[in-house]
Design a binder for this molecule. Structure first.
Ligand code: NAD
Length: 263
């Protein structure tokens, strides 16, 4: 049966990529597309505004959940919270890729998504989700002896820093080493290195889609694990895979590890 998908953030880079991924999937149908209420895209046809070959579908200013099996949302924390609340009330599963939530917003999300199936990930690419596993293994073997550095690079328009993916990588390493990232993360690099810490650094430049490198450096050797996304389609197809996975699942919070069979 074809999956009926609603996509938010039509004016955004990811919203477009997700809409295109849905259109390329023979087992999914794009049934609803919305943008920010004040956006000049509202009311325009999806075909003309997004260059997608789909007749008779217009961009809404609000999220229309009638006849929708699953929502895919990549927008801003405030709008994602509102969409999550709407999905919870309507009982519609939601895949959410937005990053940059505060702890308070994350707690509100956890609470409101308790009643539907959801999948949230800081990074929906298959390679990054596999990298989390490689990082856990590396931390287990090398963690105590190595200085650990996480570097990420993204395009100059990205709002949050370090990226949600860099933080998730740090979290995977810290948890493996039996500690909490908030205790060992170092974002200000103006002082000397303390052992047992995880250093973060960030590049914001040009049109870089997303690059992450984790370095485990010890006496005489270095291990580097690098992931480079060259197109947003890597995130969009991962999010769509998650949408297929959660659509008929009971209420609960699912991870990309669940989706990819890595959990
Ligand atoms: P973008 O700036 O291109 O798009 C943001 C979208 O949000 C726009 O369409 C904008 O109109 C919409 N928006 C803003 N305010 C809104 C409101 N009040 N109501 C409804 N919509 C609103 O950003 P992007 O590059 O598409 O990224 C979007 C989010 O996805 C960011 O948080 C980014 O970090 C995250 N992201 C996640 C992944 C992943 O794999 N999880 C990958 C790429 C980007």
């Amino acid at each position: 049966m074809t999956l009926r998908v609603a996509v938010t953030g039509a004016g955004g880079r990811m919203g477009r990529a997700v809409a295109q991924a849905v259109m390329s999937d023979a087992n999914a149908t794009l049934v609803s597309v919305c943008a920010r209420n004040a956006s000049d895209l509202v009311g325009k046809s999806v075909a003309s505004a997004l260059g997608i070959d789909i007749p008779d579908l217009r961009i809404g200013g609000t999220l229309d959940l009638s006849n929708v099996d699953v929502v895919i949302d990549f927008t801003l924390p405030e709008s994602s919270l509102a969409y999550a609340q709407q999905c919870a009330v309507a009982g519609v599963p939601i895949v959410m890729g937005t990053t940059g939530f505060t702890d308070e917003q994350r707690a509100t999300l956890d609470e409101c998504l308790g009643s539907v199936a959801s999948c949230r990930a800081a990074n929906f690419s298959t390679g990054v989700n596999l990298a989390y596993r490689l990082l856990e293994l590396s931390a287990k073997v090398l963690g105590d002896a190595a200085d650990i550095e996480i570097h990420e690079a993204h395009h100059k328009h990205k709002i949050d820093a370090p990226s949600g993916t860099a933080l998730a990588m740090g979290d995977a390493i810290a948890q493996t080493m039996g500690t909490d990232l908030s205790q060992v993360a170092r974002y200000d690099r103006s002082s000397n290195r303390e052992s047992g810490t995880i250093g973060f650094s960030v590049t914001r430049a040009g049109d870089i889609v997303g690059e992450h490198t984790v370095l485990f450096a010890s006496e005489g050797e270095r291990l580097e694990i690098t992931h480079k996304a060259s197109s947003r389609s890597a995130f969009a197809t991962g999010a769509l895979r998650a949408a297929h996975f959660i659509a008929d699942k009971p209420a609960g919070s699912y991870t990309m590890a669940d989706v990819l069979g890595l959990s």
